[in-house]
Write a protein that binds this ligand. Structure first.
Ligand code: NFS
Ligand code: SF4
Length: 642
């Protein structure tokens, strides 16, 4: 019998795990257990399948004398594999950005079911990208903005426009290291070229290209995704909602959206409110139609419409196992193939929508921008029609949900700190300078069955806010903390005195939800604004901040980690990159990288220790800036050394 307590700290997940177990259902945790012992070569990053002279593996007990058939050593192999993870992660985020730009272009040229919602942001973007605005319609401006963004993908030389948003000194560090990204697609392709058999054999050179592609994600593809989503679907504003499996309502039709791109989920929000479909739902005896999300597409419609979240990554199977999900609609990324099998045990209709992501055994309703609303209605109708097919004996919805506040952005989050009428980061900088706030940490990333679900996110987050560190979050980390009640103003009770004062004065939670994983680009622009505000150094590397992904699993998280670290921010990961068998690569990531970029990686599986690595780092940055000691007595005393 599996030890459930080791699997999750979330009561809703624990309840559903036990129900799933009783029903003989296999979940991600069961398969993870069956995977033990995991392959040692893969874990250490010393297996290579790049050409068919192999596959090759390095003897971890004698790495010096062990080589692949071509002569590649552990460092070459691990660096190539890691760079390919970055390429895949950057490709995923950036392709999402490209699709968003396509939707904007279609909307500008042909109208259709989407609107250009945030015209203020559109104009600001246009000015930044050198698009003429005077005397032009919003459609004309939007078409040019979309084309400019498209051009960032195919550009062959020069520099990405948004990379020039970074502080000058940060840009200089990138140019000096030769990693200023030229074009988004180009950097990804170049990783694939350099890491194919017999090309780049210099681990550092390979990793630098990894950095370049990652920067093209964070300051390119992901940033485009965020900016254009705000233009199309509206810039988020602080908004209340609810989270966890208990948002699924036994008395309504339940439609769950899962995946990543707001082009699909946002239009489904409209379709779920369509009077015709609501009436149809009532005619079936349902009280209405409830929409809820899983993973980042959930964050997208939470941020902009307050749609509740059913759960984070590891809850996708459990949501279906409640027996009350009438349809789950997915697009791309983080969608487990196992959903087909789970849905097959219930009445749930599983619907794939992207030509890029089909699930044999699920039904495919292809989603196109041109017929967005029609398709969305079709999908909602499938859910409604399925309501009466539930099996009452299989309905086990856990009554567990929590309140939360989301919807913070670069533009609104810290203006709030300035009070209603001041749009400035000054009060935030002053709070750090005065020692009321120690600094800030971004906790991001996934769940992973190799870590007790949500546990590392929560432990780390509580430890940081207790020590007067403001936390910003995205992705599945934000969902984890929301489920534990940390994304509401009342969570100030967990904070140190300084952070508590700020939360009270402004009425914000100590943990701010900035959106989906592509919205990690918001963290980059927030940090850039803090530097621009003045008094805290002149590059991102000077700031008393850090980043963490305590339960990461996705290649996208590797890309994020790289662009955050290469932007100058210490990044602490709960699971190491698969490079432990490669000493030079390990050293480069955890030491050498800092000399070039000011940021580097640390790997620490204990979330409290990881929090203190970041707190110590923040204190060192504070000291280097000559800032005052912290204003209030701190629960944590910095190590006497250094
Ligand atoms: Ni991010 Fe968002 Fe979650 Fe991880 Fe997947 S949903 S894009 S990759 S699992 S945080
Ligand atoms: Fe082996 Fe070299 Fe081919 Fe990799 S590239 S599989 S190490 S021969």
């Amino acid at each position: 019998m599996a030890d459930f307590e080791k699997r999750s700290v979330d009561p809703a997940s624990l309840r559903m795990m036990s129900e799933a177990g009783k029903a003989g259902l296999r979940t991600v945790w069961d398969r993870s257990d069956e995977m033990e012992p995991r392959c040692g070569f893969g874990t250490l990053g010393v297996c290579c399948r790049i050409c068919m002279m192999g596959p090759c593996r390095i003897n971890p007990f004698d790495p010096e004398n062990s080589k692949g058939v071509c002569g590649a050593d552990a460092d070459i192999i691990a660096a190539r594999n890691l760079a390919r993870m970055i390429a895949a992660g950057s490709a995923a985020h950036s392709d999402h950005g490209r699709d968003t730009a396509y939707t904007l272009l279609q909307t500008a040229r042909h109208g259709g079911d989407y609107r250009i919602t945030d015209q203020v942001k559109l104009r600001a973007l246009a000015v930044e990208l050198g698009v003429a605005v005077e005397g032009r319609t919003k459609e004309q401006i939007a078409a040019d903005v979309a084309e400019r963004c498209f051009a960032e993908f195919g550009q062959q030389h020069g520099e990405l426009n948004f990379a020039r948003r970074a502080p000058k000194k940060t840009q200089e560090a990138w140019r000096k290291a030769g990693v200023m990204p030229r074009g988004i697609d180009r950097e990804i392709v170049e990783i694939m070229h350099r890491t194919t058999m017999g090309v780049d054999s210099d681990p550092e050179n390979i990793l630098l290209q990894g950095v370049r592609a990652a920067l093209a994600d964070g300051w390119g593809g992901s940033m485009i995704a965020t900016e254009i989503s705000d233009v199309l679907f509206g810039s988020p504003k602080p908004i209340r909602s609810k989270v966890n499996l208990g948002v699924l309502n036994p008395r309504t039709v339940n439609l769950v959206v899962h995946g990543h791109e707001p082009t699909l989920s946002d239009i489904i929000v409209s379709a779920a409110n369509d009077p015709e479909l609501v009436a149809l739902a009532r005619s079936k005896g349902a009280e209405g139609i409830s929409l809820a999300g899983i993973c980042c597409t959930a964050n997208e419609i939470l941020m902009r419409h307050g749609i509740p979240i059913a759960g984070n990554h590891l809850q996708q199977e459990l949501a279906i196992a409640t027996g009350i999900v009438d349809a789950m609609v997915v697009d791309v990324q983080c969608v487990m193939p196992s959903l087909v099998e789970v849905a097959g045990c219930f009445h749930t209709r599983l619907i794939s929508t992207s030509p890029k992501a089909k699930l044999p055994g699920a039904e495919h309703v292809e989603f196109t921008e041109e017929k967005a609303y029609e398709t969305a209605k079709k999908i909602v109708r499938i859910a409604v029609e399925n309501f009466l097919n539930r099996s009452p004996e299989k309905m086990v919805a856990p009554d567990v949900r929590e309140r939360m506040v989301a919807g913070f952005t670069t533009e609104n989050a810290f203006r709030l700190l300035g009070g209603k009428y001041r749009s400035t980061y000054r009060p935030l900088n002053d709070a750090i300078i005065a020692g009321r706030l120690r600094g800030a940490v971004g906790i991001v990333g996934c769940n992973n069955p190799r870590v007790t679900q949500d546990w590392a996110h929560l432990e780390m987050c509580r430890e940081l806010i207790k020590n007067d560190v403001l936390v910003v979050e995205t992705g599945c980390s934000a969902i984890a903390c929301a489920k534990a009640g940390l994304l509401q103003p009342e969570a100030k009770k967990y904070c140190g005195a300084g952070l508590q004062e700020i939360c009270e004065a402004v009425g914000i939670p100590p943990v701010l939800h900035l959106g989906s994983c592509v919205d990690n680009s918001r963290i980059l622009t927030v940090l850039t604004n803090i530097v621009a505000e003045g008094g805290l150094g002149d590059s991102l590397a000077d700031l008393p901040v850090a980043g963490a992904a305590p339960e990461w699993m996705s290649e996208k998280a590797v890309a994020i980690g790289f662009y955050v670290a290469a932007s100058g921010v210490l990044t602490v990961l709960g699971l190491p990159f698969p490079v432990e068998g490669a000493p030079r690569v390990m050293k480069w990531l955890t030491e050498d990288m800092e000399k070039r970029f000011g940021g580097k990686f640390a790997f620490e599986s204990d979330p409290i220790k990881a929090a203190h690595i970041m707190i110590d780092h923040i204190d060192r940055k504070r000291k280097a800036l000559g800032l005052r000691p912290m204003m209030y007595p701190q629960p944590y005393k910095a190590a006497a050394a250094d």
